[in-house]
Design a protein around this ligand. Structure first.
Ligand SMILES: CSC[C@@H](O)[C@@H](O)C(=O)COP(=O)(O)O
Length: 341
């Protein structure tokens, strides 16, 4: 396989390495990943994360294993196991479905390798298209609120919602970003803050429960978020807390945009209620952990509800920024998403 390099994943001279997003921003540690168990663990512990990147990481590993001589039947098992690691983000399923098709080719090694390479390069191009289309919606001087991490760390390219912000800053300058810290796993506080700092885009970090009063004070002009799965009717799943923002944006009359590539569309799923939501460990809510160690502040056995994602209904979305265009409520009602995939 050819060398493929992104912010948080690299395939170089036959070695796959993954930047540990759990340890960022204070430690930059790259894991070598040569086997399915390691990749499963990296995905389950969110060391590799973000809807597009999970699919690409799993694909590069499968291609690497094919090149190393793994049999077709063992590769099929690997694909199934990797696909089962995170149930909400559909990009992983999209990538694994493409690899399954490649696996039945006579020269399956070449087919699997070229599929993984194409998926990686396609993601870079999709990010560029979303950034171009979304940046048009941003005005000079805008205060933009975002949730979770949707930047270069989460994709092979510049990102989805954060890619739009990056492009808008390059184009107009004078953008300021309100960064939701994104409890429980702090992807905003740890990763989005890190990326905005690296890109020298002015930002202010807030706790998730501070967004409402900022909106009421007129300090949020637009909201851009990513998605892990968009259903046929435009409902979408994204990091838990996104739905709160959509309701608040609706109340305060603030434009609310979701940014995602074609690979995030799931037109087989009719509506958001049918999207499986991943439930995660109670300790993520009982306390916090990271490069700084682990602290549990709740009673050790406190009962916990910890869905990793929530579903935002289409009725609360101002625009769907996809790589192919920006779509509004009327486009969605006319079934545009089904025509795109
Ligand atoms: C390009 S990223 C889109 C989504 O994957 C992102 O918003 C998100 O919710 C990530 O969740 P995570 O659990 O950190 O993988």
């Amino acid at each position: 396989m050819q060398d493929l390099i992104a912010s948080s994943i690299k395939y170089q001279q036959g070695t796959l390495t993954v930047l540990d997003q759990y340890l960022l921003p204070h430690q930059q540690h790259w894991h070598v990943c040569n086997d399915v168990e390691t990749m499963k663990d990296l995905i389950l512990t969110l060391k590799i994360r973000g809807a597009p990147l999970i699919g690409l990481g799993a694909s590069l590993l499968v291609a690497h294993l094919a090149e190393q001589g793994m049999s077709q039947s063992a590769l099929a098992v690997a694909i199934d196991e990797l696909e089962a690691t995170r149930p909400t983000a559909v990009n992983l399923m999209h990538c694994m479905a493409k690899l399954r098709l490649a696996l039945v080719e006579t020269d399956y090694v070449a087919a699997v390798v070229s599929t993984a390479e194409q998926l990686f390069k396609e993601d870079i191009a999709l990010c560029d298209s979303m950034a171009e289309r979304g940046a048009v919606l941003v005005d000079k001087g805008d205060n933009i609120l975002t949730h979770c991490n949707t930047g270069a760390l989460a994709t092979a390219g510049v990102g989805t919602a954060l890619g739009v912000i990056h492009k808008a800053q390059q184009r107009h300058g004078d953008i300021h970003v309100w960064v939701d810290e994104t409890r429980p796993l702090l992807q905003g506080g740890r990763l989005t803050a890190f990326e905005l700092e690296r890109w020298q885009i002015p930002y202010t970090l807030i706790c998730d429960n501070m967004a409402a009063s900022l909106m009421a004070a007129g300090k949020v002009d637009k909201i851009f978020v990513g998605a892990d799965r968009i259903a046929a009717n435009g409902d979408f799943a994204n990091k838990v807390g996104t739905y709160n923002l959509a309701v608040l944006a609706h109340f305060h009359n603030i434009p609310f945009y979701v940014v995602a590539p074609l690979t995030t569309l799931d037109t087989q799923t009719a509506c958001g209620a049918n999207i499986e939501i991943e439930q995660r460990s109670p300790n993520e809510v009982r306390g916090v952990s990271g490069s700084f160690g682990e602290a549990i502040w709740a009673p050790t056995n406190a009962k916990v509800h910890n869905p990793a994602f929530d579903v935002t209904p289409a009725s609360l979305v101002t625009g769907w920024v996809l790589d192919s265009g920006v779509y509004n409520q009327s486009d969605i009602e006319q079934g545009i998403l089904k025509k795109l995939k």
